[in-house]
Design a binder for this molecule. Structure first.
Ligand code: GDP
Ligand code: MG
Length: 435
């Protein structure tokens, strides 16, 4: 995937302003890239169409950094597709609340049941796990072991009739003051009637407040058929995507969301009970696109006008009137020069800063993530960044408001520092002029 994107954006990079043909070529490549990431072809088609329309808006084409903006549009569209509806776990007022997990065999239901119990317990609930997989001999033992590890009671009943076990489990929860019942069910290797009938019978018996479908992140194109079958027969409410600690890009998440309309609620990523994470569409979008690569691509792409921008930035630096775009530009230069430590120690008083440990290399990357989530206007007019804008930026960049504040503080400090170092900036400009 990343190789392809590399190709797309280095193609874009050699142009100044983008044309419709450039966008068409880029979209063709993105289409191929998403297909390779196992996103369903229909989903890809719709995605590419809507994204292309946005990329063709004059605002993007005529912007100073069109290739960079194309990447942003692709990411924004992908994020919107992944998370239009609520991805939080919401319990109803019914006690005990019943959550039922369904999915194919090996998808990660039992593991996710335990993780869900752990999460609920850590939020002050007293969950009960109910073992309704009576077919695999070790299934109930597996749940029992996980339950024992975290001190959550597991109801196993007679290990014969899954519907009865589910009903008894709910009764057991009432008698033992458990407020959430998590029903772990059996799955099969493929969608079949027996599995669907059983899930439907359990559903009818205990009337779950919500049904979550567990999907292995590695499931390819077939995820759409599986999800559709479950959606028709048992009508699930949301999705847990498991095995996200592996190297699957998670393209299936996009198909799932698009085809079923059901929100992805959790990401299950690992063997530990605390590895159930809330779903963040922006992070997922970055993962599907291979954001690490995309960031470097943006850097490549924006080299188009790099010289132009560099000159402008240097001019504004000299006047100590930099905006956040310049700040990003400076960051890039800093990286080229061998990192922030090197630069700071070269500045007047820099040795002191180094010695007092004020230099944080990772801050550069965080800063970049935060600034990428700002609009063009905000970057050029940092003074408009009030509390609500900062909250939006934090959400968009997967950071916190504190981190956004931190970036803004650093920005203002840099500006102050530049004011002091004006003569040096002028020298820098003159130095460049001589080359
Ligand atoms: P079930 O058949 O749907 O109940 O699936 P299980 O919960 O038994 O999981 C099947 C296998 O996948 C087990 O070996 C689990 O340890 C493993 N597994 C489940 N979830 C995850 C996950 O998030 N990450 C990793 N690495 N392995 C997982
Ligand atoms: Mg199981």
């Amino acid at each position: 995937l990343s190789d392809r994107l590399q190709g797309i954006f280095s193609g874009l990079r050699s142009k100044g302003r983008l044309t419709e043909d450039d966008i068409n070529a880029a979209m063709r490549e993105i289409r191929m890239a998403l297909l390779e990431a196992d996103v369903n072809f229909k989903v890809v088609k719709e995605f590419v169409a809507s994204t292309k329309a946005r990329c063709l808006e004059a605002e993007i084409l005529d912007s100073l950094t069109p290739a960079q903006n194309v990447v942003k549009v692709v990411l924004d569209e992908l994020t919107a597709l992944l998370g239009q509806s609520d991805s939080k776990l919401v319990l109803t007022s019914r006690i005990p609340n019943v959550i039922m997990l369904v999915g194919l065999q090996g998808s990660g239901k039992t593991t996710a049941s335990a993780k869900l119990a752990y999460l609920l317990k850590s939020k002050g609930h007293s969950p009960l796990l109910v073992a309704c997989d009576v077919y695999r001999p070790a299934a109930a033992d597996q749940l029992q072991t996980l339950g024992d590890e975290m001190g959550v009671k597991v109801y196993r009943g007679d290990g014969q009739d899954p519907v009865r076990i589910a009903e008894e489990g709910v009764r057991f929860a009432i008698d033992n003051l458990r407020d959430v019942v998590i029903v772990d069910t059996a799955g099969r290797l493929h969608v079949d009637d027996a599995m669907m009938d059983e899930a439907a019978a359990i559903k009818a018996a205990v009337k779950p407040d919500q049904i979550l479908m567990v999907v292995d992140a590695m499931t390819g194109q077939d995820v759409v058929n599986v999800a559709q079958a479950f959606a028709e027969k048992v009508e699930f409410d949301g999705v847990i995507m498991s095995k996200m600690d592996g190297d699957a890009r998670g393209g299936g998440a996009l198909s799932l969301k698009q085809v079923t309309g059901k929100p992805i609620k959790f990401i299950s990523a690992g063997e530990k009970p605390d590895s159930l994470e809330e779903f963040h569409p922006d992070r997922m979008a970055k993962r599907i696109l291979g954001m690490g690569d995309v960031v470097s691509l943006i850097e490549h792409a924006s080299k188009v006008q790099a010289e132009e921008i560099e000159a402008e930035t240097t001019a504004r630096m000299a006047k100590a009137q930099i905006n956040l775009n310049d700040f990003l530009e400076i960051k890039k230069q800093v990286k080229k020069m061998g990192g922030i430590s090197k630069l700071v120690s070269a500045l007047p008083g820099g040795d002191k800063a180094m010695a007092s440990g004020q230099v944080d290399e990772g801050a550069l990357d965080r800063m970049e993530t935060v600034i990428f989530s700002m609009t063009k206007y905000e970057r050029e007019h940092p003074e408009v960044l009030n509390g609500s804008r900062r909250a939006r930026i934090a959400a968009g960049s997967g950071t916190t408001v504190q981190e956004v504040n931190q970036v803004m503080k650093q920005f203002h400090e840099t500006r102050k520092m530049l004011k002091k170092a004006m003569p040096a900036a002028e020298a820098m400009q003159n130095g460049r002029g001589k080359k």
